[in-house]
Design a protein around this ligand. Structure first.
Ligand code: NAD
Length: 498
């Protein structure tokens, strides 16, 4: 294990500092937090826990940059576009180091992290293309020929971002690339478990020399820093990704602070998948297992409620079991590894508790898995399949955020599935596996899900919006829709006779 491919590389910035107003500065307080490698539960770094004072300093910097700085007031859209393209190039040049840091800090297989970096670079290039295409409307005078009305779209202002731990660099790009393209300024807080690639990103952004001081600022920490950012009266919008409970708290705070502000909240999911009898069972079993177990099940859109048609139920279960047992668990930095550990001890205990609930309270049967993998030392749990699960069971309705799939009791008609899924608390994603156009049309029309995959699962793209219904939150990330979310229209009424 002495190879450099398993070790955190030397970082080109000091982890003890925070990036505010174009500089690496000392935090106001003395508190720090340890950063772990979840594969082995070993400490790999220590970073500051920001205080309310640090958050205030960062927001003040973003506010000054927005109202008085060149990014918003002097740069053309084309200049912002070129800055973002240069940033994408910088990330690309340093991607191997970022991938290694991300894999060690999240425990994610290195091959998956490569896909995350592909997406990150693509996102900056994609949204760079919008920076010089901000459009308004001209509305011909309707009631008074002397008046001319038109709209311009302006950046929403200072955006406070709060991220989840599960895709640290990619979810950063989901948020930061469209917001910068729209001309906003930013204070960004990563998940407390995974600060390192956000700091690396700040280092690269600084290195381009194209982003004036205060345009992008980082604060680190957990609840204190997050709450201070949400509560700060100089922020104009909050972009949040995380659990339903924290998301609701964020919405309450943005509504009750002195100045109301808009929020986009991307929350959890309990996404159903439906297997109809006309599909290739082996191929579909593999798609279902990767749809659930990718990122050790810590995906908001993970396929966790599986409906299998009664006529193929008994044939399909052994295929699912085989696909889950074939997953390669191992050192995340090894090429062949397909599944890694949970992110931390809290998540590990939570998943084990849900496995207990599944067995003891929900009385569901285990097809495979259900146990920790103690010999690895970190937060490992086997890919776990329950079957014959009641659709109302706790393991079938609550977000577990781990490698646990509930195969529900067999169904007879798609209408029955749609009727039950109408009551799903979440509405982030869903999948259907069939070649029947009639069933595909019915499912995609009726289901209130932000994303619906047909005969595939998990792929997300810079050009397609992503977000939820109901408790999965509101607002959209990715696609033109996310860029538009960082702009607000102004109506100008001009008396042309004056
Ligand atoms: P979490 O809610 O525990 O934390 C999310 C973030 O909120 C962290 O940065 C945390 O420090 C911060 N935070 C905590 N308390 C806060 C407060 N009072 N005010 C402001 N910020 C606060 O979630 P998590 O465990 O980091 O992430 C997992 C959750 O994220 C899952 O529910 C998952 O489904 C969801 N998620 C959703 C999407 C999506 O796009 N819909 C994507 C990824 C993850």
């Amino acid at each position: 294990m002495s190879s450099t491919k398993y070790k955190l590389p030397n970082l080109p910035f000091s982890e003890k500092l925070i990036y505010i107003n174009g500089e690496w500065v000392e935090p106001a307080g003395q508190q720090s937090a340890k950063v772990e490698n979840p594969d082995t539960a070993s400490i790999i770094s220590e970073v500051p826990e920001c205080t309310v004072e640090d958050v205030d300093r960062a927001v003040q910097a973003a506010y000054a940059a927005f109202h008085d700085g060149p990014w918003v007031n002097e740069y053309s859209g084309a200049q912002r576009r070129d800055a973002l393209l240069m940033l994408a190039d910088e990330i690309e040049q340093h991607r191997a180091e970022i991938e290694l840091i991300e894999s060690i800090n999240t425990g994610k297989p290195i091959s998956d992290v490569r896909g995350e970096l592909d997406d990150t670079i693509d996102l900056f290039r994609h949204f760079a293309g919008y920076a010089d295409k901000v459009e308004g409307r001209h509305i011909a005078a309707q009631t008074n020929a002397k008046l001319q009305g038109y709209t311009t779209k302006v950046p929403v202002g200072v955006v406070g971002f709060i991220n989840a731990f599960n895709y640290p660099i990619c979810l950063l790009a989901w948020k930061v690339a469209p917001a910068l393209a729209a001309g906003c300024t930013i204070v960004f807080k990563p998940g407390p478990q995974t600060p390192l690639t956000t700091q690396y990103f700040a280092h690269l952004l600084h290195k381009t020399g194209r982003f004036p001081p205060g345009v992008f600022n980082v604060v680190l920490g957990g609840i204190t820093a997050g709450q201070a950012l949400v509560d700060h009266d100089l922020t104009d919008k909050i972009g949040f990704t995380g659990s339903v409970a924290t998301g609701k708290q964020v919405i309450r705070s943005t509504a009750s602070s002195k100045n109301v502000r808009s929020a986009s909240v991307e929350l959890g999911g309990k996404s159903p998948g439906v297997v109809m009898p006309d599909v290739d069972l082996d191929k579909t079993a593999e798609l279902v297992v990767s749809g659930c177990m990718s990122n050790a099940g810590m995906n908001c859109n993970a396929l966790t409620r599986l409906w299998v048609h009664r006529s193929i139920y008994d044939e399909f279960l052994p295929r699912l079991k085989n696909a889950a047992e074939a997953l390669v668990l191992g050192t995340p930095q090894d090429e062949q590894t397909q599944m890694g550990p949970l992110i931390d001890e809290r998540q590990y205990k939570r998943v084990l508790e849900y496995i207990r609930i599944g067995r003891e309270e929900d009385k569901a049967e285990i097809l495979t898995g259900g146990k920790p993998v103690p010999e690895r030392g970190g937060y490992w749990i086997q890919p776990t399949l329950f079957y014959n699960v009641d659709p109302k069971a706790r393991i079938a309705t609550e977000e577990i955020f781990g490698p646990v799939l509930s195969v529900l009791k067999p169904f007879d008609s798609l209408d029955e599935v749609i009727e039950i899924e109408r009551k799903n608390e979440f509405g982030l994603a869903a999948g259907i596996f069939t070649h029947s156009h009639k069933d595909i049309a019915k499912f995609t029309r009726k289901l209130r899900s932000g994303t619906i995959w047909v005969n595939n699962y998990n792929g997300l793209y810079s050009y397609l919006p992503f977000g939820g219904f109901r408790n999965s939150g509101f607002g959209r990330e990715l696609g033109y829709e996310s860029f538009d979310g960082y702009l607000v229209p102004k109506a100008i009424i001009d008396d042309i006779s004056a």
